[in-house]
Ligand binder design. Sequence first.
Ligand SMILES: [Zn+2]
Ligand SMILES: [Zn+2]
Length: 364
Amino acid sequence: MRAAVCREVRQIAIEELDEPTPGDGEIKLRMVATGVCRTDLSIFQGHLPVPRPIVLGHEGVGIVEAVGTGVTRFSPGDSVVCSIIAGCGDCFQCRRHSSALCENVTFYTGKMLDGTTRLSKGDEAIHSLSFQASFAEKAIVPERSAVRVRKDAPLDKLAGLACGVSTGLGAAMVRDPVEPGASVVVIGTGGVGLSVLMGAKLRGAAKLIAVDVNPTKLEKALAMGLATETIDASQQDVVSVVRSLTDGRGADHAFDVVGSAGTLEQAVEAVRPGGHVVLIGLAAAEVGTELQTSALLRQKTLTGTMGGSIEPRRHIPEFVDLFLAGRLDLAGLMDKSYRLEEIGQALEDLEEGRVTRGVICFDD
Ligand SMILES: [Zn+2]
Ligand SMILES: [Zn+2]
């Protein structure tokens, strides 16, 4: 099978790998599409350490081609969205419906859940990103991170639900459910930020304030009807504009999708006393912060989310239903599709801010 293999930082090329076989509790998918996420880019750029050679890609959707031993919930032909959340189902966190915090799953090891690799090229072991390695024609994924979805859903439109789009929707709908009539600030309006706005709008937020330094992204938020106000953070003071838009008080919710030095402080200052701040983005492996502790005395709540804190098997089918009912414009989030051979271009377009969400489509 063909796969995009990353052997060095800033190097990715199509190679012919061995046809993979699903292990115990795993399914084999013929990929239909996969999103290209900022995390793939961060690894490509060398900002997140992973073992190489590795096949990146973690926003895969596909059709079940074969199932391994012990698989009970899937059969060949099923439509699947692969979630980045692969809870074991049995640990302290999973039993509390916090699969995103599963104590038995470690990301970025390049290994499957049993600690071995599943991809190979002759004698050489090839690693898989996030138990998916979706930049390949076939993928082996654990049954427990796979979500079966309605057969009438166009799979290529659902790629983002594996990671970025679910993270954004989940932040505003699950982690910190926005109330009807609320005011919401979203710092960083790429694919995840637009998804936060989409979730907040769906929940009935009255004021949707989009913040970015890229005017094109702000225009897209307006064009999609996902922002009622925009702030260009390269030209305007975010905190004072948010206050002026919220009766001088500050917003009810702020979501920091950027996660670079200074953005979290901005989010905390932009919410009213008693307001909520959710950190979603992480611009580098380690980002420090200098928060004014008085914010906490003003009863502001500060938290974060992994993957939108969703329970994939419950929430992803709900998101699909909302999409098919015309209430979530998942298709509108995607602005460019590529073939697998164009993966280098897709990563470059994302890096240069030329696309919001790129999708690789596998055509046969
Ligand atoms: Zn991702
Ligand atoms: Zn667990």
